[in-house]
Design a protein around this ligand. Structure first.
Ligand SMILES: [Zn+2]
Length: 289
């Protein structure tokens, strides 16, 4: 009888302890599902207050560019040929113009540096912004608009669109429109898909929503955090009249884009010396912003 009561006491103690440590099956609290929210990197005490501020910037839901990006030169080209009035990949070569484009901003670190370089060289560009970041940084968004650049829609949380429903894409596009309109008063008319991932069904839906879909013909590969010289080489050896050149003015919070900023400062005068003019995407395709 004594043994029996001791066994019951031991069993109760074990049950209590395992409940506290959460190791009993069924005792762990399930995490609330947030399909439209990305995981935010949790800032640790290791980071300075400035770094923690940066860490709180909404991140790319679909993942960093280097883990998702797959070039689709043929499928994007076929889409462009089938929908030449709504899918922009490049402009004809008969004008000495290129368009600089910057994705994934605004952020606090690199977007202001990009704007400084563009201002220094008196060049206008097109920024495809994430709605969640516009909402977090409306003053940086307004600076982009106030300095004469064009703002495009790059979804709210940066999901990989073909893996999501068309309804989810509608939400992403509308919510980003709202954020940009609240910050600047303007509605964007140009759209760029996260990771450049687009298909015919989604393209038709975006067309019906009144958007021009914008790709690129030259990739700086700045998202790979390459040395300045390599970014310069990628751009200068591939650019032709009519190029749409892809850069990033923000990214995952661990990403350092400072070599891109240095390269940009050298690329612009080199192209100008060759007689190239810099235009926004709407100017390039004569569609108005
Ligand atoms: Zn992006």
């Amino acid at each position: 009888m004594v043994f029996h009561w001791r066994s019951i006491f031991l069993l109760c103690t074990l049950l209590f302890l395992s409940t506290l440590t959460g190791c009993m099956p069924g005792t762990q609290k399930s995490q609330p599902k947030q399909p439209s929210s990305p995981e935010h990197p949790q800032p640790s005490t290791y980071f300075s207050p400035k770094e923690r501020e940066v860490a709180n910037l909404p991140t790319l839901e679909g993942g960093p560019e280097y883990s998702i990006r797959k070039p689709h030169p043929v499928s994007n080209d076929l889409l462009q040929r089938k929908y030449p009035d709504v899918f922009v990949l490049r402009a004809p070569r008969n004008r000495n113009e290129v368009a600089l484009t910057f994705d994934d901003g605004p952020d606090q670190r690199f977007t202001p540096q990009v704007l400084d370089v563009l201002k220094k060289h008196r060049v206008k560009a097109t920024f495809f912004l994430m709605g969640s970041r516009v909402k977090a940084l409306p003053e940086v968004t307004r600076r982009i608009r106030d300095e004469g650049h064009v703002i495009g829609n790059h979804t709210y949380w940066h999901p990989n669109l073909p893996k999501e429903s068309v309804e989810r894409m509608d939400w992403e596009v509308r919510e980003t429109e709202k954020s940009i309109q609240q910050a600047t008063g303007d509605r964007p008319r140009f759209f760029r898909a996260p990771y450049g991932e687009m298909d015919e069904k989604r393209l038709r839906r975006l067309r019906d929503m009144g958007y021009y879909i914008t790709g690129w013909s030259v990739d700086s590969l700045d998202w790979r955090q390459l040395p300045t010289e390599e970014i310069k080489h990628n751009v200068l050896s591939n650019t032709h009249p009519g190029s749409i050149i892809l850069f990033h003015s923000g990214g995952h919070w661990t990403q350092d884009l400072s070599t891109m900023v240095e390269a940009l400062d050298e690329i612009i005068p080199r192209l100008k010396a060759d007689g190239i003019r810099f235009v926004t995407v709407p100017e390039m395709v004569k569609k108005g912003s």
